[in-house]
Design a protein around this ligand. Sequence first.
Ligand code: ATP
Ligand code: MG
Length: 260
Amino acid sequence: MRRKRPPHRNNPSPAGVDAAMELQIDGLNKRYGAVHAVRDFTLRLEPGILGLLGPNGAGKSTLMRMLATVTRPTSGTVRFNGSDVGKSPDELRRTLGYLPQDFGIYPHLSAIEFLEYIGALKGIGRRALRARIATLLESLNLTHAGSRPLGGFSGGMRQRVGIAQALLNDPRLLIVDEPTAGLDPEERVRFRALLRDMAGERIIIFSTHICSDVESLATRVAIVDHGTLLADEHPLKLVRGCATLEEAYLQIVTGARPAA
Ligand SMILES: Nc1ncnc2c1ncn2[C@@H]1O[C@H](COP(=O)(O)OP(=O)(O)OP(=O)(O)O)[C@@H](O)[C@H]1O
Ligand SMILES: [Mg+2]
């Protein structure tokens, strides 16, 4: 568990990507009054795809919000390439793509207008932004709906717009909170393929309640409950001795099996 491992090299490095990228989480805690949402969380991440699994209320979103610098930890540190994110968040923010769990939309904007707005906030130049939006709409099977107001989108279509906004700046650190929630099976498969294509020298963190997302995508899985990291392994190693990842997960969160 939690041992150092070499970076996963699924794909060639995207241009300009720092192969030494790392995210070091040390003793991270978040309290909301009496609720201890994240407890003494320590994890070192290198390029690869981390799947976060855990019951409702386990602390996954809270952890992700802290890593995305949206929420401040009560204590502990996050270092991105060695620099303390609490003190200097800019390097991380510049290269971050983040999809929150409660992603809100502007109902009167079209998908393209919304993505242009987010892209402008991220400082992406107009021409590059247009090309990027067209590519992402294509990849997410939304080209036909690009000019339609978001208010008329189905839940799964809105979710895909949320994924598109997270990917606009071609982030090296991608944090997506339940990105496949509400996606139909075909769109879920398309999204997984998109993430797999992107992988390479990036750190991708996603949460899900769907074990098959983790099995087919993650190079590492972290199981969290009551704010605590219970297991941190390659999905195949975690399954060892169980019929499925779901079974292994249930055994770990119910305490029926020691963590792998
Ligand atoms: N802003 C907040 N104020 C108070 N309590 C909060 C806040 N955000 C989260 N919590 C509490 O922290 C705990 C962890 O919540 P969190 O949303 O991180 O869990 P989660 O693992 O993402 O759950 P889910 O699978 O349902 O999305 C819960 O007990 C929750 O009620
Ligand atoms: Mg959550």
